[in-house]
Design a protein around this ligand. Structure first.
Ligand code: 5GP
Ligand code: ZN
Length: 139
């Protein structure tokens, strides 16, 4: 897409600190890192949301994340990582080109677990949980 910053990085039209490339995926450092080593993994082609990815590209993306995590952790001597995707604007996605965040974490870094991303916790009855379970389930 012509005005997409991540497409421009993938095309090498603008500079990115690219650290890894596969057939379908590209990994580069986040320009405004939440921690040293904060890395983004994106499909080379433009897809806005996770559900838009063809299977082959999705598999490549998640395999790439999996391969990069230990390398990122080792590079910055991290104790752990949070891995996450803001999947849609309501979830905080600002760049509408799928990207997985790899965020290195350190003992006592003052950060939070992934549970901190959501809003007010819902108070769901067993019946409501049953309905949600059956709406999602394909078993
Ligand atoms: P989002 O909120 O969409 O999940 O996160 C977008 C991420 O992209 C942010 O962490 C932001 O710092 C990063 N970002 C935005 N523009 C650029 C850019 O031009 N280059 C790089 N490397 N990262 C960017
Ligand atoms: Zn794009």
């Amino acid at each position: 897409m012509s005005d997409c910053i991540f497409c421009a990085i993938a095309a090498r039209d603008i500079h990115g600190r690219i650290v890894h490339e596969t057939e379908h995926s590209l990994a580069f450092l986040d320009v405004n890192p939440l921690a040293p080593g904060h890395t983004l993994v994106v499909p080379k082609d433009h897809y806005a949301r996770l559900d838009d990815l063809p299977d082959e590209i999705s598999e490549d993306l998640f395999r790439t994340v999996d391969e990069l995590v230990p390398r990122v952790e080792e590079a910055v001597d991290a104790d752990a990582t949070n891995i996450g995707l803001n999947n849609g604007p309501a979830a905080g996605q600002e760049v509408e080109h799928v990207h997985a965040h790899i965020i290195p974490r350190f003992e006592d870094d003052g950060g939070n677990p992934i549970h901190a991303v959501a809003g007010k916790r819902p108070d769901l009855s067993d019946e409501e949980m049953d309905d949600i379970e059956s709406d999602i389930s394909d078993l």
